[in-house]
Design a protein around this ligand. Structure first.
Ligand SMILES: [Zn+2]
Length: 126
């Protein structure tokens, strides 16, 4: 960050140096472009939903490879982070054209909008 000019040394150790810079004790960010993109919503996609939910069915926890729309598509439900969850084929067909409430099915978690940094971290997840 120092070399890219994103940070400056705010407080330094006088006796030590890192390259041309004093050894930093406290850094101050001068630009936070790098930090902010990470907290924007991640790009949405079918595969990304499965990864968010760790390929685990939002209803029963079994291995999931389908996407369930909480508000079904036929009723105006959209493809977005908050309206979709990973679901196993069984739960998906059992729920059918209903909301979880109508079908009497409980979600194991509430869907959320992941940030880009979360999605980047998933690349290192098993
Ligand atoms: Zn299931």
């Amino acid at each position: 960050m120092l070399f890219r000019g994103v940070a400056v040394v705010h407080e330094a150790d006088a006796d030590r140096r890192i390259g041309p810079h004093p050894w930093p004790r406290v850094l101050r960010l001068v630009r936070y472009v790098v930090a902010t993109w990470m907290y924007r919503p991640a790009a949405y996609g079918r595969e990304a939903v499965l990864r968010r939910d760790q390929h685990s069915c939002a209803y029963c926890g079994a291995h999931a490879d389908t996407i369930d729309h909480l508000l079904p598509r036929s009723r105006g439900g959209t493809w977005d982070w908050l309206n979709t969850v990973a679901a196993c084929g069984r739960c998906n067909s059992r729920k059918g054209n209903r909301t979880p409430g109508e079908a009497g099915m409980r979600l194991r978690f509430e869907p959320w909008v992941p940030t880009r940094i979360e999605v980047a971290a998933w690349a290192h997840r098993r």
